[in-house]
Design a protein around this ligand. Structure first.
Ligand code: ZN
Length: 156
């Protein structure tokens, strides 16, 4: 997507004092988003990065739909970030350092920055997944150490 499109999406996000909410549409509508990036040799249809839209500061997240039969045509790795791929619908395969992992709805795969990764949808139905990346080793406090109960009741 272009910077202008990205700004348009960000403008339509709902912003509160302590939150930002963006409605990306249903999973079936993910093909409306197309990523154009100078480092990627092809336009990627069905990929939406959320960091700039939501103002995320500690992670990057993308929503993805890979068409049936499609293979990501290159391996990549990262300098600093670990990645978590959460598959939410469909099935396919990931390849990490030459090892093949079967993935399907409910599969979560964490990859270290150095891992040479690629994935494909070798099925006859589209594959849907969420990718989260954050700096490897950056999490300082786990859920129960970081979360604090509030003394205010919900308003609804
Ligand atoms: Zn990556």
């Amino acid at each position: 997507m272009t910077i202008k499109e990205q700004e348009k999406y960000a403008e339509s996000a709902r912003k509160g004092n302590n939150f930002t909410a963006y409605d990306a549409g249903s999973l079936d509508e993910l093909f409306q988003y197309e990523l154009h990036h100078p480092k990627i040799p092809v336009k990627v249809k069905g990929k939406l990065f959320l960091r700039d839209i939501l103002g995320l500061t500690g992670m990057q997240v993308s929503l993805n739909r890979l068409p049936a039969g499609r293979t990501v045509p290159f391996l990549h790795q990262h300098k600093q970030n670990e990645e978590l791929y959460i598959f939410i619908k469909g099935s396919g395969q990931m390849q990490i350092d030459g090892e093949v992992v079967e993935v399907k709805e409910g599969t979560a795969v964490r990859i270290s920055p150095d891992g040479q990764r690629c994935w494909r949808n070798n099925s006859t139905e589209d594959l849907y997944y969420i990718v989260i990346q954050a700096k490897d080793g950056s999490l300082q406090q786990d859920t129960f150490d970081d979360g604090m109960a509030s003394d205010q009741p919900p308003v609804w």
